[in-house]
Ligand binder design. Structure first.
Ligand SMILES: Cc1ncc(COP(=O)(O)O)c(C=O)c1O
Length: 414
């Protein structure tokens, strides 16, 4: 299958909104649309298999368990993890990061110990650590970014000291589209014997991930951003870490034995999966990963790279256009944040991101506006928010043309 043919698998793209057709959906960094294959597999499971997993002796429970565990194996293969013991199902990237902050923090961090983050993190990779800071008095150290939205690697190296316990950094910025040099980030951290958590929310849909090759210690991503259902995500963790950190939540599934005096915990990965898991969503996630694999990252990357380059070129035709993040397309993922005229002090003419987003919407073009859950980054850029167009494998050059025509039309109104 090719990206061009994939569009037909996404019925929602056929919707007519405000009389405009076809829908130009450019909010993929927030969530992607779902192909029929994902929705149908989930419907089929609810109609024909549904039963609670792991605990049942009856046929349906065993079948549901087999499907759920087969999905874990699909995720393992997708990330090239060593073992399914390293694949923890969570509700999404946010929960995966909170799990690491909370459990790694409890096991390995004391007052005054430090976590290294970056200036371009999503709130989920800031606030989780601030909660730990409030509980245990840890310190947040922040890698600054350059004016064109890349990590200052020299400053990163300088942040390490004897109190550094973990690095937690995004692979791809959900605002700037910057692709961070995660191999170097991990290598440098390991030279200091410090483990690394990679936030893969924005990279997994666009870049092939091999956790063994990356050698990251933890890797988090969300199903809904990679054509899968909402409410499911993954935490990959090296067994040596998952073994040594305490459980996140208590309840069924995560225990071996329970008494009022003493409880023992289940083996990996179940130690981190308290309660009934979303076993239908895990099937949906596995079908989504199969779907991506059937197209292949070579084709997806080539298609999205072409779209991003084309969008850069076309957007720059617009008077007053300012694009944030790396200008070098090889360092820029399929996320483009922009403003038409920068809101400079004393200068008029800037078009507010909210106005732009609202008016584009009336033209049938869905983009995202605002701070994108990255307020510290907005402070660094000296702005309140941006307009963000983000691409998926089903987007086309026609979508880019519609966006550019829409922005030109809106700009004339101001
Ligand atoms: C870089 C990054 N990290 C984390 C998240 C949080 O993902 P979720 O809301 O699926 O947990 C997002 C979502 O936009 C993101 O872009």
């Amino acid at each position: 299958m090719t990206c061009e043919l994939a569009r037909k698998d996404f019925p929602i793209l056929e919707r007519n909104i405000y009389g405009k057709y076809p829908l130009v959906y450019l909010d993929n960094a927030a969530t992607t649309q779902k192909p029929r294959q994902v929705v149908e597999a989930m419907t089929e499971e609810y109609y024909n298999v549904n039963a609670n997993v792991h605990r049942g002796v009856h046929f349906l429970s065993q079948q549901a368990t087999e499907l759920h565990e087969a999905s874990r194996e699909t995720v393992r293969r997708f990330l090239n993890a060593r073992s399914t013991a390293e694949i923890v199902f969570t509700r999404g990237t946010t929960e995966s990061i909170n799990l690491v902050a909370s459990c790694f923090g409890q096991a390995f961090m004391r007052e005054g110990d430090e976590v290294i983050l970056s200036e371009m993190e999503h709130h989920s990779n800031i606030v989780s650590w601030q909660l730990l800071q409030a509980r245990q008095g840890i310190r947040l150290r922040v890698v600054p970014i350059t004016d064109d939205g890349q990590l200052c690697m020299e400053e990163y190296e300088k942040l390490f000291n004897e109190r550094t316990r973990i690095v937690s950094i995004t692979h791809v910025s959900n605002v700037l589209g910057s692709i961070n040099p995660v191999r170097d980030i991990i290598r440098i951290a390991h030279e200091h014997d410090v483990p690394v958590l990679i936030d893969g929310a924005q990279s997994t849909p666009h870049i092939p991930i091999d956790v063994q090759e990356l050698d990251c210690d933890f890797f988090a991503f969300s199903g809904h951003k990679i054509y899968g259902p909402t409410g499911i995500g993954v935490l990959y963790g090296k067994e040596k870490w998952l073994d040594r950190i305490p459980p996140y939540m208590g309840g069924g599934e995560m225990i071996k034995t329970v008494s009022f005096e003493h409880t023992t915990f289940n083996e990996l990965p179940f130690k981190f999966e308290a309660g009934t898991p979303d076993y239908v969503a895990s099937t949906g996630l596995a079908r989504a990963l199969d779907y991506v694999s059937s197209i292949g990252f070579e084709a997806i990357e080539a298609h999205e790279r072409d779209l991003t380059a084309y969008a850069f070129q076309r957007l720059m035709e617009i008077e007053g256009m300012h694009i944030f993040g790396p200008k070098d397309i090889s360092k820029h993922d399929a996320v483009i944040s922009f403003l038409v005229h920068l809101p400079l002090k004393g200068a008029g003419g800037a078009i507010h991101h909210l106005d732009m987003g609202t008016l584009l919407d009336r033209l049938g073009i869905a983009i995202r506006t605002g701070h994108h859950c990255a307020e510290p980054l907005m402070h660094r850029l000296g702005i309140e928010g941006t307009c963000r167009a983000s691409f998926a494998l089903y987007n086309t050059r026609q979508d880019v043309d519609a966006l550019v025509a829409g922005i030109q039309r809106v700009s004339k109104m101001f």
